[in-house]
Structures are given as structure tokens and as C-alpha cells.
Ligand binder design. Structure first.
Ligand code: C2O
Length: 545
């Protein structure tokens, strides 16, 4: 195994897209930032130097960080942010993970521009569980706003509504040739006729699940969130913010040019190609191909309608783990988290941020608790150093009162309380969580992400979760293993994992406006002997609070 060293300089960079130049925070001046490549078992040392104005942290989304929460990155959860002029070196080892993950800023909306890919190859001499592709390409989906992420968050806090529609969606930072001033830089993926390539697809969008498709071609999913899956062939992929898919694509069509395209799911629009879409071009390399007039214009794919939940569901349910992924039969801890939006009463209902019904403002919660991050230290430091008064461990294991979550929810349940509440898990316990979407304010797909773990997705459905009937149908044979899973709109999803990573681990909705509204909680995983026995000591350069 090797150690790879990187230097990430966070800097304010003028970047031009869709005819407009915006000064945004980047890593090393790049958008997306640099790709981190390693093999399973390798170590990384990534020095992050903050040469920009605003605080920053970097999260290595999906990496297990065994006994090493100090390298995880969410601000005020496992570390205080790296201040302007400061630096911090994230040191960690990749343990048993292979495939595609990504890294991103974990402060406010900064991940809108501070993000990049992580590619983990098999150990030297080891192989993929599928035929080796001739080539591979990154398809990193993102969003482009016409403002910098700090102003974007300020605007949301002022207006009280999320930055719903970005100016453009992007592939590898490029909107594609349906946008003004963009055709020159449209991403092109070259293929030889007949060859099979591996696409590593990542959704970094702040706010939207995306459908992804390639005109005339089918894709075979072979991995998700850096775990392998049973090969699953599909024309359409639905990918939530935070998720990744590795897919094989064979160039088996008439040599020519074909668009690959993504469109926002659950966006309010349904025009064929508008600012809820992005495109790149799959381009066959062959003499006859592209001089041929027939193919001077790439072929367009059909995208599902923005509200096509059946297509989204069929895709997600088609993803199965390799059968050796056997999950435990009985859980030691069974949790039921209702998740969704909520409303907070405003003292001054005329304030611009009070855009909710009857002069309320939007909020988010899990089990009716809206997460408030600490401000003077991080949860992990408070825990490690025994600083009292920073958090409590009374996060409710079930909703405060039972109700019809997807029906007409009583108004009294619309108002979450605020707190910094953790849920304590005994090290080694077998945990089941059912995440239930509520119809408070709206029903919506919430991509839920757990730090420090991969979990098995053992079941999902629409309506209210019914333990008596739904549990019997759980897939305990070949559930996929992932770190981010959508809670279906007006439905539920059940996950299982063994609490084998001590420390404090954040769980939250990966829609950034929701996260900033408090759609989060954290687990404290411990075995009673104290963190100094189970977690590595904090690095000397951990940023001061
Ligand atoms: Cu990708 Cu807590 O985030």
C-alpha cells in the first residue's frame, strides 16, 4: 500500500459559465476540483490550505474513516472549520472500499463549488468483479449558480426559501451546449466502436436528485457508493445528491454522436431541455462517423418526466448487492425516524424570511428535532475532552407522538423543537433505522446520508411504514450497501448496519437547504471505556475552535 500526498489550496477564483463570471471558492483554481485516486488499502494525506476568505472543511463523502472521525470533516461535528489563513492535513486510510466516492466542502453551501471525485481502484493484483473496461470517464454532475455559495446561503436565510432553481446543471463543471456560451466547452466522451467503457457518475448537486441517460445506449450498473453491485442493465439512472454509480457502457450503436443528459427529478418544470438539464456528448471515434452529415447533430435521448416517481423507484429497487453481502437477521436497536420539513413560528411574521403559511418560516427536522450545531467547539472535541454542555444524548428513538405521517398531519406536529441531540449506540450493536418521510409542508424524496458507515438498504415503500407487514418483506439476501439513500416521497426506507466505528457520526439529508434548516442528527458510538481507548487521538494540527 502507498501513501498519496495532495495539497488543496482553497482560493477565490473567477470562473465563467453561461456568459457570466463569478468569484467562487475553488480548490487549486479548478471546478470541479482535483480527482483523488488511490487503491484500496492506500493512505492519503491531503493538506488543505485556506487561502480564501471564508471558513472551510472538507468531507470525504462515503469513506469509512475507521476510528478516525478527525478526518471526516463536517464543521462543528468532528472539527472546527479551517479559518482563512489556516491549514489542516486530513490523514486517513482506505479500508475495504472500491469504486467511486467524492469529496466536498462541509460548510454552509460551499460544496456548490468546492467538490471533486475520489476513485478507488482494487488492490494491486486484485480485479474488478466485472470485465475490465477499456477506458473510464468521470461524469460528475453538479449545479451552477450565478452567485458565490456564501451569498447563496445568505440569500436563502434572508428570503427563507431554498435556491430552488440553479442557472444550470453541469457535467464535470460544464453546462453543455444547450446553454448560452457553453458549446465550446461541452464535455465530450470519446469511444471506439464496440468498446466498453466505465462511467463513474457522481451527483454533487446541492438540491436535486437527477435522472441520467445516454441516447440509444443502455448502461449496466456495477457499483454504487464504492461498493459492488450485481450487474443491472438500465436505460435510466436516478441519482441523489451524494450518491455515485459505476456503470459499463458498450459503444454498440451506429458510430455517431449521442447526447448523455441529466434532468432534475421533482423539479417544478418539464421542458425538454431547460435549466433543469445538462448534457455531454458521447462521440464515436471512427473515420466514417463524424464527417457523416447524418451525425453532425448528436442524437437526443428521451428523459423521464420530472415527476416520474415510478421510473425512479424501479431503478432504485433494481440495485442489488453482491450476494456475499449478508446482513444480520435481527437488530439489537430499532429506530424510527420521521424526517421532513417543518415550520417555525415567526416573532415577526412580516420578516422576509417568513415565507411559510400563516407567517411561519421553513425548517427541517428528524423526529421533530431540528439540529443546531455547536458554535464554540465540535461535538467530537467536546466528547473526547469531556466538555459538558455542548450536546445531549436524548435524541428520540421514535417520533414524540405517533401520527399518520403521510396523511393530514395535525398542525401541532408541524413545529420542530431545536437542539443538539445525539443518539448513543453501543459499539458493535446491530442497528436498524426506518426513515419515514412526512407530508408536513410537502412530500419529497430526501437523500439521507450517514457518515462513517455503509449501510444495507433492506426495504422501502410508499405510505406509512407498517412493522407487522413490511418487515417480513425485507431483503436480507442481497441488499445494496451504500452511504446515501433516498427516502421515497411520502414513503419510507429501512437500513441496517453494525455500529462498528466508534466516534460521532453525522446523519442528514443531502439536500443542502434542508441540512442548513436542521435536517440532521448525530450518532455517538461508544463502548463505555472512553474515546481515548477507541478513537485515535486528535491530530496536532486540528483547527482551533
Ligand atoms: Cu456528503 Cu455530511 O455529506
Amino acid at each position: 500500500a502507498e501513501t498519496h500526498y495532495h495539497e488543496f489550496v482553497i482560493q477565490t477564483t473567477p470562473v465563467t459559465r453561461v456568459c457570466r463570471t463569478v468569484n467562487i471558492p475553488t480548490v487549486n483554481g479548478q471546478l470541479p476540483g482535483p480527482t483523488v485516486q488511490a487503491r484500496n488499502g492506500d493512505s492519503l494525506a491531503i493538506r488543505v490550505i485556506n487561502a480564501a476568505r471564508d471558513n472551510i472543511t472538507i468531507h470525504w463523502h462515503g469513506l469509512r474513516m475507521l476510528q478516525n472521525p478527525w478526518a471526516d470533516g463536517p464543521e462543528y461535528v468532528t472539527q472546527c472549520p479551517i479559518q482563512s489563513g489556516g491549514s489542516y492535513t486530513y490523514r486517513f486510510t482506505i479500508t475495504g472500499q472500491e469504486g467511486t466516492l467524492w469529496w466536498h466542502a462541509h460548510v454552509g453551501f460551499l460544496r456548490a463549488t468546492v467538490y471533486g471525485a475520489i476513485i478507488i481502484y482494487p488492490r494491486l493484483g486484485a480485479h474488478y468483479p466485472f470485465p475490465v473496461p477499456r477506458r473510464e470517464f468521470l461524469v460528475h454532475l453538479g449545479e451552477w449558480f450565478d452567485t458565490d455559495p456564501v451569498s447563496l446561503l445568505r440569500m436563502m436565510n434572508f428570503r427563507g426559501t431554498p435556491p430552488n432553481v440553479s442557472i444550470a446543471y453541469t457535467i464535470n463543471g460544464q453546462p453543455g451546449d444547450f446553454y448560452r456560451c457553453s458549446s465550446q466547452d461541452t464535455v465530450r466522451v470519446p469511444v471506439e466502436p464496440g468498446e466498453t467503457i466505465l462511467l463513474r457518475i457522481i451527483n454533487s448537486a446541492l438540491e436535486q436528485e437527477l435522472f441520467f441517460t445516454v441516447a440509444n445506449h443502455r448502461m449496466t450498473v456495477v457499483g454504487t457508493d464504492a461498493t459492488y453491485t450485481k450487474p443491472f442493465t438500465t436505460g435510466i439512472i436516478m441519482i441523489g445528491p451524494g450518491q455515485t454509480y459505476d456503470v459499463l457502457l458498450t459503444a454498440d450503436q451506429i458510430p455517431g454522436r449521442y447526447y448523455m443528459a441529466a434532468r432534475a427529478y421533482e423539479s417544478a418544470q418539464n421542458n425538454p431541455f431547460d435549466n433543469t438539464t445538462t448534457t455531454a456528448i458521447l462521440e464515436y471515434k471512427s473515420a466514417s462517423c463524424c464527417n457523416n452529415r447524418q451525425f453532425s447533430t448528436p442524437i437526443l435521448p428521451a428523459l423521464p418526466r420530472f415527476n416520474d416517481t415510478p421510473t425512479a423507484t424501479a431503478f432504485t429497487n433494481g440495485i442489488r448487492g453482491l450476494s456475499q453481502n449478508n446482513v444480520f437477521m435481527n437488530a439489537d436497536v430499532s429506530l424510527y425516524f420521521v424526517v421532513g420539513l417543518g415550520l417555525i413560528n415567526c416573532t415577526n411574521p412580516n420578516s422576509p424570511r417568513c415565507q411559510g403559511p400563516n407567517g411561519t418560516r421553513f425548517s427541517s427536522s428528524m423526529n421533530n428535532v431540528s439540529f443546531v450545531p455547536p458554535r464554540t467547539t465540535s461535538l467530537m472535541q467536546a466528547y473526547y475532552q469531556g466538555i459538558p454542555g455542548v450536546f445531549t444524548t436524548d435524541f428520540p428513538p421514535v417520533p414524540p407522538v405517533p401520527f399518520n405521517y403521510t396523511g393530514n398531519v395535525p398542525r401541532g406536529l408541524w413545529t420542530p423543537s431545536r437542539g443538539t441531540k445525539l443518539y448513543k449506540l453501543k459499539y458493535g450493536s446491530r442497528v436498524q433505522i426506518v426513515l419515514q418521510d412526512t407530508s408536513i409542508v410537502s412530500t419529497e424524496d430526501h437523500p439521507m446520508h450517514l457518515h462513517g458507515y455503509d449501510f444495507f438498504v433492506v426495504g422501502s415503500g410508499f405510505g406509512n411504514f407498517n412493522p407487522a407487514t413490511d418487515t417480513a418483506n425485507f431483503n436480507l439476501v442481497d441488499p445494496p450497501q451504500r452511504n446515501t439513500i433516498g427516502t421515497p416521497p411520502g414513503g419510507w426506507v429501512a437500513i441496517r448496519f453494525v455500529a462498528d466505528n466508534p466516534g460521532i457520526w453525522f446523519m442528514h439529508c443531502h439536500i443542502d437547504s434542508h441540512l442548513n434548516w436542521g435536517f440532521a442528527m448525530a450518532f455517538l458510538v461508544e463502548n463505555g471505556v472512553g474515546p481515548s481507548q477507541t478513537v485515535i487521538p486528535p491530530p496536532a494540527d486540528l483547527p482551533p475552535c
